[in-house]
Design a protein around this ligand. Structure first.
Ligand code: AMP
Length: 210
């Protein structure tokens, strides 16, 4: 199954992608994570992407589409994949349709006020990609990853003014693609709940995966 997870930054796409990865045994692919890795490794692409990410703007389509194409051509995607953070605009959605066929698109619905609350407490592991929250999903040991023991950090683009811009970018550029998929009969909505486990139940229910 080829799945897309849509939703504003901090809606819990990464957390639900991890649940679905385990349930469906297909890889979850986060373009944000691929870009952050490229920046950390100091690649040419990383250097080009860095300024856009720091401001909370979208990285140019050509860079991201090439990165995604390369990733989904790898053999571990033969039974499907979960996309977290791609596509982010209509041009990317159209390009994706020329590369592969998408089965379902799940949109995680969370209000802006809740997003701002959530992102201020987000902590991430740059080593394995796990995501935590100081209130909603704390790690067992403060600032240490439960999965791999690496130090947790706060994402540079989770600062408040950058978050507000990322929300604007989401509403103006990404949210309109819900209609693109709705018209194709592929859109499913799940409403983010206070408890992660409740959101997971909702996600599995709407996707018919209970
Ligand atoms: P994320 O981890 O999905 O929140 O992505 C972090 C940042 O990476 C975004 O704010 C964008 O600057 C960039 N990014 C991630 N995915 C894409 C994409 N599909 N198109 C353009 N920029 C992206």
């Amino acid at each position: 199954m080829n799945l897309i997870l849509l939703g504003p930054p901090g809606a819990g796409k990464g957390t639900q992608a991890e649940v679905l990865r385990q349930k469906l045994n297909i890889p979850s692919i986060s373009t944000g994570m691929l870009l952050r890795n490229a920046i950390e490794q100091g690649t040419q692409l990383g250097k080009e992407a860095e300024g856009y990410i720091a401001k909370g703007n979208l990285v140019p389509d050509t860079l991201v589409v090439d990165l995604l194409k390369e990733r989904i051509s790898q053999s571990d995607t033969k039974n499907g994949f979960i996309l977290d953070g791609f596509p982010r605009n209509r041009a990317q959605a159209e390009q994706l349709d020329t590369i592969c066929s998408i089965d379902k698109v799940l949109s995680l619905e969370v209000s802006d006020a809740d997003i701002i609350k959530r992102l201020s407490g987000r902590r991430v592991c740059n080593s394995c990609g796990a995501s935590y929250h100081t209130v909603y999903k704390p790690s067992k040991k403060e600032m240490v990853c439960d999965n791999c023991g690496a130090a947790l950090s706060i994402r540079e683009d989770d600062k408040e003014e950058t978050v507000l811009n990322r929300l604007n970018v989401y509403h103006s550029q990404t949210e309109p693609i819900k209609e693109y998929y709705q018209l194709r009969g592929k859109l499913y909505l799940a409403y983010g709940q206070e408890e992660v486990a409740d959101t997971t139940k909702e996600v599995l229910r709407v996707l018919g995966l209970e």
